[in-house]
Structures are given as structure tokens and as C-alpha cells.
Design a protein around this ligand. Structure first.
Ligand SMILES: C[S@@+](CC[C@H](N)C(=O)[O-])C[C@H]1O[C@@H](n2cnc3c(N)ncnc32)[C@H](O)[C@@H]1O
Length: 364
């Protein structure tokens, strides 16, 4: 039996508040109710309804707890499977940690509690416990996640991967708004991104905001200075498609696709990403999904997930050549006539030359 569910239980206690190791009876009941609510909202997934993913208010504890309890284990394992698939198809697309500290920079959009970093660390650190220094650019709308994310770092990740160090940068913004100026304030950190994670966030943004989301995303793509591996996973239901498909298409046009699927079922039935339940009080999955409480049926135990996904590589835009820069500077120095046309230029010898001469000098 793996240790992950008991680590996840600590996250739930941290969300509800308190410092016990286990959920108490009331917290357990509230968590089960919250799972049912969150799953109902996701199942609806409509654009025009009373309940839809874009209305989930993660500032509320019950929404954060319901989400982590209902999806946390599967979402934590997903990047591991996706990275393994990328490695099987195009091993050189997997970014390698660099430098003395073995550094990797991950930017995550709609990062929440960063539970998916578990799968990233499992992939990089699972077999051999090499040290890893993770620079995390946390892009997220709701600050309420920050203490829960702190717990994920300190307990879930650090206890599973003792040689891991994380340096988080909080970039609190709403992807529905034009936030290029805010992103530009963190230019130095963002441009060094190795992996860009877009997991389970686009489906929470109504399709009317696609243009703004794309502007923010495009800004990131344009500043990347080295090849960046982009990992995307979103719910695959038809109703979620208007929120995901246009952005996925635009992303596909700007990148080199490694693997893509409109819908794929991921199964978590083999170590190290096996989701299981045994009939013991120790097992969180058993208490959440295996027993009736006060006559109430438990939420369904899920060991698979269906996702629309894509992994692709963004190759940096080719830098302007020195020749182009010199030519532009040369032309800027050229004298313009009253109508703005280039007419003359003082060449390096100080002699006046006509614009015709400039071009011929250049083309020599
Ligand atoms: C379902 S959670 C996904 C968390 C994590 N990426 C995962 O896969 O487990 C979606 C996250 O996206 C954030 N989010 C939703 N809409 C957003 C927006 N417009 N701008 C920034 N973050 C947003 C939510 O606050 C939430 O934390």
C-alpha cells in the first residue's frame, strides 16, 4: 500500500484547519459532501447553467477540500504518466535539470495546491534520489491556496522526495484579463521555464475569455529562451470542449506536437501510480469512498480519469541576427527627407551618401 493517501489526508486537514494527523468525524463527513458537490459541478460542465466549473469559488474551504479529495490523487499521478509517454516518443524533449544545483524551472497555470508537482518529482526523482532544485512559477487567481500549497511542499513533496528543494514565485493573476504587464514583471524567472503545465484550468474559464487567455499564453511562448516542454491536461467532456479546443488549436499552431488526444482514459493500476483501497481505518480511500456514514452512501471510488491532452515543444523564436540589427541601426541614422523617405546618410568617413549609396554599401 503506498503512502500517498495518508499524505493527502494531511493536505485536507490543513485546508479545513487544525493540526491533527487525521480528519475528525465532522471533517470526514464535510469532505465527502464536498466531493459530491465538486463532481456534480464538473459533470454538468455547461456554459450556461447555474452550476459550472467557472463558478467554483476556491476561496471556500469546502471547494478546495472537495477538489483535492475528489481529484487530488489522480491529478498528482497524471504528469508522471504524461512525461513517461513523452519520453517513449521523443526522449530529447524531456528537459534536463542543469547546473550545480540540478535546477529545473516549472511554470504552472492555475496551479492551485500544486498537487501535480508530485508526478513531476516522481518522474525526475522516483528511481534515483538525485537532488533537484525546482524553481516554481505559481500562476493562480486564488491566494487562499498558498498555505495549502505550503503544506504540499513541506509534507507531501519533501517527505516523499527528501532531496528536493523548491523556490516558489507567486504570480497572482486572473488569466481572463490582459495581464501581460504583470507577467512582464516576472520576466527573468518566466523566460527560463523548462516545463509549462496547463492542468485542469482552461475548462474553468468561460469561452468568452479565450482571446485574453491566449494573449497571456502567447506572451509566455514569445519570451521563452530555450525549448520548453508544454504539458496540457483538461477534462474531455463535449461540454468542456468550447473552453479548451480553441486554445489547444492555437497552441498546436505555435508548437511542435509530441502527443495529442481528444480523449484518453488513464488508468492508475500499477506502481508507482496505483490507486487502491483496503478495508482498514488507516486507509483514507476506505474512509472517503469505502463505507457508509450515518446511512449515507459514499462517493464513487475512481481509479481512472478521462482527459483531453497534449504535449508539445515550443522552440524559441529565432533571435534577430546581428546583420538585421546593424542594418536597422544603419537605416535609423540615415537622413530622412520631408516626406520621411531616406535620402542621405553620413557614412563612417563622414561623407554624405545618398540612400541609394547606403543600399549599395550594404549589399557590397
Ligand atoms: C481544478 S484546479 C487545478 C489545480 C491543478 N492545476 C491540478 O491540476 O490539480 C483549477 C485552478 O485554476 C484556477 N483558475 C481558474 N480560473 C482561473 C483564471 N481565470 N486565472 C487563474 N487561475 C484560474 C483555480 O483557482 C484553481 O486553483
Amino acid at each position: 500500500m503506498n503512502n500517498f493517501p495518508s499524505l493527502l489526508e494531511g493536505v485536507l486537514v490543513n485546508i479545513w484547519g487544525g493540526n491533527k494527523e487525521r480528519l475528525d468525524g465532522r471533517q470526514l463527513r464535510d469532505t465527502r459532501r464536498a466531493i459530491a458537490q465538486i463532481r456534480a459541478i464538473y459533470r454538468f460542465k455547461g456554459e450556461h447553467g447555474t452550476q459550472q466549473p467557472s463558478k467554483i469559488n476556491y476561496r471556500l474551504k469546502n471547494k478546495r477540500a472537495g477538489y483535492i479529495a475528489g481529484f487530488g490523487e489522480r491529478h498528482a499521478y497524471l504528469p508522471y504518466l504524461q512525461l513517461r509517454e513523452v519520453n517513449a516518443i521523443k526522449p530529447d524533449a524531456i528537459p534536463q535539470p542543469r547546473g550545480k544545483k540540478n535546477e529545473l524551472t516549472v511554470t504552472s497555470l492555475g496551479a492551485g495546491a500544486c498537487i501535480e508537482l508530485y508526478g513531476i518529482c516522481l518522474y525526475y526523482m522516483g528511481g534515483n534520489q538525485q537532488p533537484l532544485y525546482l524553481n516554481l512559477n505559481w500562476v493562480e487567481r486564488e491566494r487562499e491556496w498558498i498555505p495549502n500549497r505550503g503544506y504540499v511542499f513541506a509534507k507531501v513533496l519533501k517527505e516523499s522526495f527528501p532531496k528536493l528543494d523548491i523556490d516558489p514565485l507567486d504570480i497572482c493573476l486572473d488569466l481572463r484579463e490582459d495581464n501581460i504587464i504583470k507577467l512582464a514583471q516576472h520576466y527573468d524567472r518566466l523566460l527560463n521555464t523548462d516545463i509549462l503545465i496547463i492542468y485542469n484550468v482552461l475548462n474553468e474559464i468561460p469561452s468568452g475569455y479565450t482571446r485574453h487567455v491566449w494573449r497571456n499564453l502567447k506572451f509566455l511562448l514569445d519570451i521563452f529562451q530555450k525549448p520548453v516542454l508544454i504539458l496540457m491536461m483538461e477534462p474531455s467532456s463535449d461540454r468542456a470542449e468550447p473552453r479548451i479546443h480553441p486554445l489547444k488549436t492555437q497552441l498546436a499552431q505555435e508548437t511542435n506536437i509530441i502527443t495529442e488526444s481528444k480523449v484518453e482514459q488513464f488508468v492508475f493500476n500499477a506502481a508507482p501510480v496505483c490507486i487502491e483501497m483496503n478495508a482498514s481505518k488507516e486507509c483514507l480511500n476506505h474512509r472517503l469512498f469505502g463505507i457508509r456514514i450515518d446511512g449515507g452512501r459514499p462517493p464513487t471510488f475512481e481509479t481512472t480519469i478521462r482527459r483531453s491532452h497534449m504535449a508539445c515543444i515550443k522552440v524559441p523564436n529565432s533571435p534577430i541576427t546581428m546583420e538585421q540589427v546593424s542594418r536597422q541601426l544603419f537605416q535609423l541614422e540615415a537622413k530622412r527627407g520631408r516626406r520621411g523617405a531616406f535620402i542621405a546618410h553620413r557614412d563612417y568617413t563622414g561623407k554624405q551618401a545618398s540612400f541609394k549609396d547606403i543600399d549599395s554599401q550594404w549589399n557590397q
